[in-house]
Design a protein around this ligand. Sequence first.
Ligand SMILES: CC(=O)SCCNC(=O)CCNC(=O)[C@H](O)C(C)(C)COP(=O)(O)OP(=O)(O)OC[C@H]1O[C@@H](n2cnc3c(N)ncnc32)[C@H](O)[C@@H]1OP(=O)(O)O
Ligand SMILES: CC(C)C(=O)C(=O)O
Length: 559
Amino acid sequence: MSMLREPSRKYSPFAPISLPDRQWPSRTITVPPRWLSTDLRDGNQAIVDPMDALKKRRFFDLLVDIGVKEIEVGFPSAGATEFDFIRGLVDSGSIPADVMVQVLTQSRQDLIRTSFDSIEGVHAAVVHMYNAVSPAWRDIVFRMSKDEVRQIAVDGAKIMRDEAAARPGTEWHFQYSPETFSTAELDFSIEVCEAVMDVLQPTRERPIILNLPATVEAATPNIYADQIEYFCRNLPNRDAAVISLHTHNDRGTGVAAAELGLMAGADRVEGCLFGNGERTGNCCLVTVALNMYTQGIDPGLDFSDIDRVIETVEYCNELPVHQRHPYGGELVFTAFSGSHQDAIKKGFSARETQNDEAWRVPYLPIDPADLGRSYEAVIRVNSQSGKGGFAWVLEQDQGLKLPKKMQADFAPNVQRMADELGRELNAADIWQAFRAAYHVQTKAKHFQLVDYEESRAADGTRLFTGTIEVAGKAQSVSGRGNGLISSVMSTIRDSFGVELEVTDYTEHALGAGTDANAAAYLECRTADGRTIWGCGIDEDIATASVRAVLSAANTAVAG
Ligand SMILES: CC(=O)SCCNC(=O)CCNC(=O)[C@H](O)C(C)(C)COP(=O)(O)OP(=O)(O)OC[C@H]1O[C@@H](n2cnc3c(N)ncnc32)[C@H](O)[C@@H]1OP(=O)(O)O
Ligand SMILES: CC(C)C(=O)C(=O)O
């Protein structure tokens, strides 16, 4: 058994929809749809251990917190766990006034009645009935003709109508799904939906929800969009229907299909958080909503603390959210590769100076902070990384803003370490390597500042007088120069024979959160023509510069 050389003998291409004047390709999404979460139903029916009441309640509360206003809470006729949970939600008054719950049922009298029983008494509810309408299901599952399949829907609709009429305490809404819509003949789907509408008599003011599922995703998403546009254009009494999308992800394009379906005229999207659901899952509501957000549209769903959402979803589904899942995955805001890191770091620096709200950071489609993510993990370092990577980590972790040329000087140390260790380098690895390379806050083999004083002579020159430990032995030393740095340079030249010429110097204050207040960086040329760097960190900026000279001197003698 293996893949066929001629797969066309087994699989046929999906026939295109004849819609030459299709409008959806030139439309854009400008308003959010109505959202329905089916996490507690389609999501729940697809996991190994369906949620118990506690998990369902935790998930329900999360959905309410996020701002979902339509929640499919289960399949009440499936069994006592489902029924009791739903009944409990209603009886405990836990359903907010602006949230409408929905329950799913097959088109069978006993199941429909049980479904009404489960939510009767709630302020408003949607009873959602389905039956499959496409050829394979008609022929194989039901062994029924088109007329008989249409009749299943009509019979169920009548039961729904009568049950609702007999239970006046709730504002009942109806939803019908021609299951397997995406693989059914379009005109037949319309015919069945029309027959259901004839029974339920929806109006513009009290519309029916017609949910058009890609129960199994079987074609490219443009085909689904054609199907939705065709359906919307040819459904009689379209104004009395809310067109809802329910896409699965068998081809990996469930989100794309939902988006194109909205462009094609739909009003509502059903799905699950992070795409849980049958087989490859349902359309991911987080992705569709945040895709809109990145186009400047408020989706009406709040993912400001996306990690909390993930935590609850993973707990309830007992499934991990993939590390590369759009917007939520642990790695989706992380760059390991050098050129990405370089561009991202420049993007963040540009934001500091531009004072501009518009988001323009290369490689990041959304500001991680909008989702409650910190910038620290945006850049991580391994053997694929470049200067921007460790420079970012040192800046985030230690507040150090290394000059570009010093980054180049330090880079080989990081690359060597990453290659040797063969793993990601964490902030502590990089900091330790930096301290070792530049003799910072470490017991240097050669020169160690103990204390010093600086005084000004009558001629304006500066006198450095201090104690420096040399290989563990304290030595009193002094030197004169035009400024503090040059007086220290003279000292180490005269006292220790280390001749350095300063070619570059920068300093900056360190942000809150570190013990030290200032960092100084010094580029020097040695007598034998080498370019070396020193770094000094101290509470006091002047002392930081002295330390930077000694750091360079240590490097010079270390060779
Ligand atoms: C695409 C979707 O996700 S649809 C939702 C699917 N979700 C679930 O099935 C989860 C909950 N389901 C359950 O707990 C059970 O399936 C129940 C309680 C609904 C029904 O259980 P049972 O009656 O024991 O079995 P089962 O689901 O296999 O029913 C099959 C029968 O229902 C018929 N049937 C299937 N779907 C429908 C429908 N939508 N409307 C009417 N009849 C249907 C089948 O043709 C079959 O009839 P047959 O026995 O004459 O061959
Ligand atoms: C019940 C329907 C909407 C369904 O879950 C599907 O077709 O995937």
